[in-house]
Design a protein around this ligand. Structure first.
Ligand code: ZN
Length: 401
């Protein structure tokens, strides 16, 4: 015997008594069928309802041959249902209503893409963080087009249009209905129309649960539009979920606004302006560093003597010190050593003929717990203490004398 599906004619019923028509013990509970139910199984891309039977949590709902099966989690010994017994059904209304808002929202947005661009929804996914529809469109769907569809959809919501479900026995009975998508079922078809069925905002076959008036959807927000194979994937949400996400984002924008001393709607411009200033500072720093490098090179060149020349510069990072030495290799008498004390590093430079910097580091640094390397013209050695570094430099001095 088929279950009477109350949710199909009264989507707002949250409580109901029903007679148990069959039961089967399963792991951690029972599988029940009822003479009638307010719980919808998964369908139309929409997840199943949540709720309770005699205050026991429903863990699965599915339909088979017109019968709705409810899997109920019952701790051993707490309840042993009997066929014919009356059970109390309680729907998790928050979850259901959110599903109804989202599902109806999907119809409205799909209808908007169809109305505005003749784009056809070829795939629907309802996830935890967002929903997606895959639009088949000749014209590439841009972000601006998606925003226009969003705006159109929200107008449909504010018009508070009726959402009606037409029950059609046979496919040919639907031939005069302006459907967005061709029917795939032959009989017992449910067609959901948003607005006046003679001239609807959307009309399509669907077996999910929907609100009675579009105003209940509250809001539709598009998050992203991107190309997905041959289709255009639109990420969006509707109703409470959309509001909750926007509220979180606004909270972030509000904090950023305080941080940047501006209104949330001006943050982007403020960040761009700050980046521009930062870039100018970086450019100035680069130019200043280049002048310092040139000055240091002049200073070293004018004071270099034969043998090992040692200079210490702690005000520039290693990469800039390397530039100083690399620019001098052709004029170095034997070896130039630049020390950076903070990094406990010694940079060695030579013309690559009279001395081999890499070999000097590889042979000598390990003796003083140092390591490093490079090539003939340039090498770097790092030490664990400044003492080790200085002893290494002394040893080099003596070795190269
Ligand atoms: Zn639907």
């Amino acid at each position: 015997m088929a279950t009477e599906k109350i949710y199909e004619r009264d989507v707002y019923r949250t409580e109901q008594t029903a007679a148990i028509t069959s039961l089967e013990p399963v792991e951690n509970g029972f599988l029940l069928t009822l003479d009638k139910t307010i719980f919808a199984p998964s369908g139309g891309g929409q997840d199943r309802d949540k709720g309770y039977i005699n205050a026991f949590h429903i863990t699965d709902i599915y339909e088979k041959d017109g019968e709705i099966y409810h899997k109920v989690a019952v701790k051993k010994g707490l309840w042993f249902p009997k066929t014919g017994e009356t059970a109390n059904l309680l729907l998790d209304w928050n979850t259901r209503f959110s599903n109804m808002q989202r599902h109806t929202g999907e119809h409205i947005l799909s209808g908007a893409f169809y109305e505005l661009y003749k784009g056809v929804n070829k795939g629907f996914h309802m996830g935890d963080d967002y929903m997606t529809i895959d639009i088949d469109s000749e014209e590439p769907v841009t972000w601006d087009m998606a925003l226009r569809a969003e705006s159109y959809s929200n107008k449909v919501i504010w018009e508070n249009l009726p959402v009606t479900t037409l029950n059609i026995d046979k496919r040919e009975d639907a031939k005069d209905i302006p459907l967005r998508k061709a029917l795939t079922l032959l009989e017992d078809i449910k067609i959901v129309c948003v607005g006046n069925p003679a001239n609807p905002a959307d009309c399509v076959a669907c077996c999910g649960t929907h609100v009675a008036f579009t105003g209940e959807v509250g809001i539709i927000k598009v998050y992203k539009a991107e190309k997905n194979k041959d289709l255009y994937r639109i990420y969006f949400d509707a109703g409470r979920r959309a509001y909750e996400k926007l509220a979180v984002i606004y909270e972030q924008a509000q904090s950023l606004g305080v941080h940047y001393s501006t209104q949330p709607e001006n943050i982007f411009d403020r960040i761009l302006a700050r980046e521009e200033k930062e870039q100018a500072v970086r450019n100035r720093l680069y130019n200043l560093t280049q002048s310092i490098i040139k000055e240091r090179q002049k200073e070293i060149e004018s004071s270099m003597a034969s043998g090992t020349n040692v200079f210490t510069y702690n005000d520039l990072p290693l990469n800039d010190l390397v530039k100083i030495g690399n620019g001098l290799t052709s004029v170095i008498p034997l070896v130039l050593v630049i020390i950076q004390e903070e990094e406990k590093a010694a940079l060695l430079f030579s013309d690559g003929k009279k001395a081999d910097c890499n070999k000097l580091v590889k042979d000598t640094a390990p003796v003083f717990n140092g390591k490093g390397g490079g090539n003939k013209e340039s090498a770097r050695a790092f030490f664990t203490t400044l003492d080790n570094l200085m002893t290494f430099v002394d040893a080099l001095n003596k070795h190269l004398r």
